[in-house]
Design a protein around this ligand. Structure first.
Ligand code: UDX
Length: 429
């Protein structure tokens, strides 16, 4: 099928590349011409395992195209997927202005009946507005159907999560739209859940909010574990065998970050408030996460006399391993606080360091974890990169001025660190 994809961020680009890989003819549209030029050369603007290879292969196979000329892409597409961002507004609601711009462009460009598919995470009811808005702005006498098809990929695993998605949600009451989406996804051979548009929109928020809640719940229990002498990792190990609970998202730490959980929790509580309801569970998850992010800083502050001119090593900056994305990463809150307290910061992250330096020019970047530890009085770990797990207590002791470690991802066994001569603090143990 002939597809167009609006937006080449994580959602749009990965969807476009995977659709091409499954045999569709795909044109990805973005306003950023420089980015378009690089993607045409086969260079991915984001770091995702396997993405660049698929990008190159499908360009070579003449199935994948990039343009900033939206009219040429939308004009005769069978289906147009919208994957542009819905960033958070100051009041917590989702900013739909990028979606509106794309809708206007679609309405002005299409020359025959087509399907518009909203992949971006949008508040419940947005698909109805999209349909009306496109209808109001149409230049030609055509029918534009609108369906919801939320995306569940996690960064760092985006290609795998798309190719082997746990399910495809199709949100529409229109038989033609349903059939088209079934056909588009047929080559993926994945379970399909067909629901109304509003339910599809809600499924996405319900999933992300539930996962955020699950993490905050574990962090809450972790904090209690510290007070009563239990170990959160052991507790999680005992919980995960219960199939009603599940094995994933039980890891306590310095809180969740990223482009989705922080934004989607606020958007859902905003939606609830708009309808006169207080979503207490999600509000609690948001509050717990905010406090959790700076928990280790607070602990260190009690332990150290001052941070003034102290060399502090920060290992891990990305909001999770496998990505260079810093959005809402716990490292941001902590480094800001440490700098405010006069610390001299040396950071290391295998791929997110350059992005971080743009936000905090005053930090020093190291070329390795060991280099960052050199002469430090204290070390914070905010991302569980595999290469940190391999560090030995001996390395911390040998390199650091004082072997004092605050591990926000529980990557080391406390006993092992203690035996190795490291003063070690983690979460919930
Ligand atoms: C998430 C959802 O998983 C995905 O389905 C949705 O489409 C977008 O949002 P993502 O933000 O890429 O994906 O990352 P994810 O792996 O879910 O992690 C989010 C945050 O939660 C990270 O900061 C991670 O460190 C944290 N986390 C995750 C925990 O603290 N504990 C856990 O057990 C799991």
């Amino acid at each position: 099928m002939k597809l167009a994809v609006a937006g080449t961020g994580y959602v749009g680009l990965v969807a476009g590349v995977c659709f091409a890989e499954k045999g569709h003819q795909v044109t990805c549209v973005d306003v950023d011409e420089e980015k378009i030029a690089r993607m045409r050369e086969g260079i991915s603007p984001i770091y995702e395992a396997g993405l660049e290879e698929l990008l190159k292969n499908n360009i070579a196979a003449n199935r994948l195209f990039f343009t900033s000329d939206f009219a040429s892409a939308y004009r005769d597409a069978d289906a147009i997927f919208i994957g542009v961002g819905t960033p958070e507004k100051p009041d917590g609601s989702a900013n739909l202005s990028y979606i509106a711009t794309v809708c206007r462009q679609i309405a002005q460009s299409v020359t025959h009946d087509c399907l518009v598919v909203v992949k971006s995470t949008v508040p419940v009811g947005t698909n109805d507005k999209v349909e009306q808005y496109i209808k109001d702005n149409l230049s030609a006498d055509v029918k534009v159907r609108v369906a919801s098809n939320p995306e569940f990929l996690a960064q760092g695993n985006a290609v795998h999560d798309t190719m082997h998605a746990t399910r495809i949600i199709i949100g529409t009451d229109d038989d033609v739209a349903e059939k088209m989406l079934q056909d588009i996804y047929a080559p993926f051979d994945l379970p399909v859940v067909s629901v109304s548009r509003r339910s599809a929109e809600m499924i996405k928020y319900a999933c992300n909010n539930f996962l955020a809640l699950k993490i905050s719940y574990m962090n809450d229990i972790a904090n209690l574990c510290e007070l009563v002498g239990a170990n959160i990792d052991d507790v999680a190990e005992g919980m995960r065998y219960d199939p009603r609970i599940g094995a994933k998202f039980l890891k306590a730490g310095v809180g969740y970050g990223g482009s989705c959980f922080p934004k989607d929790t606020k958007a859902l509580t905003f939606l609830a408030r708009q309808h006169g309801m207080h979503l207490k569970t999600v509000d609690a998850a948001v509050d717990i996460n905010a406090a959790q992010k700076i928990k280790l800083f607070e602990k260190a502050k009690k332990r150290l006399m001052t941070f003034e001119n102290m060399r502090i090593a920060v290992l891990g900056l990305a909001f999770k391993p496998g990505t260079d994305d810093l959005r809402e990463a716990p490292s941001l809150d902590n480094v800001k606080l440490l700098l405010e307290h006069g610390a001299d910061i040396v950071c290391y992250d295998p791929i997110a360091a350059e992005n971080f330096k743009k936000k905090f020019p005053e930090v020093t970047l190291a070329n390795s974890a060991e280099e960052a530890l050199e002469g430090a009085f204290c070390c914070f770990i905010f991302t569980e990169w595999e290469e940190f797990v391999r560090l030995s207590p001996e390395t911390f002791r040998r390199k650091m001025r004082v072997p004092l470690v605050y591990d926000g991802r529980n990557i080391f066994d406390p006993e092992y660190m203690k035996r190795g001569g490291v003063e070690y603090y983690s979460i919930g143990r």
